[in-house]
Design a protein around this ligand. Structure first.
Ligand code: FAD
Ligand code: AMP
Length: 478
């Protein structure tokens, strides 16, 4: 085997493996390096997303929602279910099977595309040389015309709450607890804290989420964040804002968390504690000092809008570069880079990257929120519509939440959409398509939406922007 490739990708997460597949599709000889291995010394493909992120968390969110439905909501439909039981090991086996199915699928795709998978840790050296160190510490040197760095991210640890993998776990540990804690503490009310807190709350834990910031979901549209907070409180999630964790004390049975709220010190005792205070780029030992690549003080690799680093022929994609840490953002960066390596002027429209919190109901957003438009001095229109007035939402018993669409007051072009409610992720995706086509609210107003669907809330919100919603009384929206 030659030690030279047209492209070497370091990291097989959604940014790296997608980039490698697109490179191979474009006819480039491609190698993909992955450092994680399983017990049989085979590389673990798919990164955080497939192994300890998006996929296993959604598997548990879906399982736990089914349990919660069987325990409670089915009775509203006149369906009685006796003796609902919970088998956590079986739930975990199902989750693992899904992960194995998908990572196996990635392995198959890499093979089909004739991508060389190299097992070991990759480090970029000067002149686009890549040193591979395998599990035994053996090294080998490879060269490439282009190198793509895609080493992803890892959970942040905070000094007051060190992870012990037993009482105190990070998101990875929270995806494989062996029993339902009676009382569960979560540090951080971000996306991961809310999703994992929801899983265990639905399975029966009493969940308390401690969040240092005073504002709930500050990156979200304020109105949607407020509405979401109300819905989560109704579900029994106890979210304490302004609660800064200062220390934890672990005993063999429990964990006591000290936190300050204002000037007052508090403490709470839990059976388990999840630390979900964010993620940081995994750029330690990824490149040598003379590689020409540099990073900021938080470890994010410097790239331009096309994900090119400062070193010629070296690119970086996914969680190790600026922008939201989202699988789909990384994958599309991977595709853009592959196209650019192949000589096309590909771009990525960062303005329309959707973000989603997979709670029940979901919270999803794309584009600008209302406070951003105000801060930028944009003259805008607002159209909101509640799910309570949507026939399909009533039929499904999913009436919490609303759709909000923001558009330019002059041109009518859609600038953002924010949804908390049933199928929020899919509804926001409709607006992603609309925004990508530079659509206006009028375009949405003139389209035919199937009835009865949750999508009608999108139609009505677009109509409401001009005071012409049909199924509610139109009132000034701002
Ligand atoms: P990663 O997926 O982290 O992959 C990087 C890979 O590189 C890893 O396999 C790593 O072992 C390997 N690697 C690192 N260094 C080296 C090296 N030197 N040599 C060789 N290999 C190396 N995002 C969403 O969009 N939707 C969600 O629903 C969602 N849910 C999430 C839930 C949880 C619990 C978590 C933790 C994350 C979630 N995310 C979600 C975020 C998502 O997982 C990440 O944004 C995504 O995985 C980043 O992709 P990546 O390819 O940049 O890096
Ligand atoms: P995210 O980055 O979206 O995953 O969210 C992580 C959350 O954890 C942020 O909202 C932080 O404010 C919060 N956080 C970080 N450190 C602490 C701490 N010591 N106590 C409580 N919350 C914290």
């Amino acid at each position: 085997m030659s030690n030279h490739f047209e492209v070497i990708v370091i990291g097989s997460g959604p940014a790296g493996y997608v980039c490698a597949i697109r490179c191979a599709q474009l006819g480039l000889s491609t190698a993909l390096i992955e450092k994680e291995t399983d017990t049989g010394d085979k590389p673990v493909l798919g990164g955080t997303c497939l192994n300890v992120g998006c996929i296993p968390s959604k598997a548990l969110l879906d399982s736990s929602q089914r349990y919660a439905d069987a325990k409670g909501h089915l009775s509203e439909h006149g369906i009685g279910v006796n003796d609902v039981t919970l088998n956590i090991p079986e739930m975990m086996v199902r989750k693992e099977k899904i992960v194995a199915q998908l990572t196996g699928g990635v392995a198959g795709l890499l093979k089909h595309n004739k991508i060389t998978v190299l097992s070991g840790a990759g480090q970029l050296l000067a002149g686009r040389q890549v040193e591979l160190t395998d599990a035994e510490g053996q090294t080998a040197l490879y060269t490439a015309d282009n190198v793509v760095l895609a080493s992803g991210s890892e959970p942040v640890e905070i000094p007051p709450a060190p992870i012990d993998g037993d009482r105190v776990v990070d998101s990875t540990g929270a995806l494989c607890l062996d029993s339902v804690p009676a009382r569960l503490g979560v540090i951080g009310a971000g996306v991961i804290g809310l999703e994992l807190g929801s899983v265990w709350a639905r399975l029966g834990s009493e969940v308390v989420i401690l969040e240092a910031m005073e504002q709930f979901l500050p990156a979200m549209d304020e109105q949607i964040a407020k509405e979401s907070a109300k819905i989560f409180a109704k579900q029994g999630l106890d979210i304490r804002l302004g609660a800064r964790v200062t220390g934890v004390e672990v005993t063999p049975e429990q964990v006591t968390v000290g936190y300050s709220l204002g000037d007052v010190e508090h403490s709470e005792t839990f059976d388990r504690l999840i630390v979900a205070v964010g993620r940081r780029p995994r750029t330690d030992k990824l490149f040598s000092g003379d590689s020409g690549v540099s990073m900021d003080e938080r470890g994010f690799v410097f790239v331009n809008e096309h994900c090119a680093t400062e070193a010629p022929g070296v690119w970086a994609v996914g969680d190790i570069v600026r922008g939201p840490m989202l699988a789909h953002k990384g994958s599309e960066e991977g595709v853009m880079v592959a196209e650019r390596i192949h000589g096309k002027a590909a771009q990525l429209n960062y303005e329309v990257v959707p973000s989603i919190i997979y709670t029940h109901p979901e919270v999803a957003a794309v584009g600008k929120n209302e406070q951003e438009l105000k801060a930028e001095g944009v003259d805008y229109k607002v159209g909101t519509f509640p799910f309570a007035a949507i026939g399909r939402a009533q039929a499904s018993g999913e009436t919490d939440g609303l759709v909000k669409i923001l558009s330019d007051a002059d041109s009518d072009q859609i600038l953002g959409a924010h949804v908390v409610g049933p199928s929020a992720a899919d509804l926001v995706q409709q607006i992603v398509i609309a925004m990508e086509m530079a659509a206006s609210t009028e375009d949405l107003q003139l389209m035919v939406f199937g009835h009865p669907t949750m999508s009608e809330a999108v139609h009505e919100a677009a109509l409401a922007a001009d005071g012409r919603a049909i199924h509610m009384v139109n009132r000034p929206q701002r």
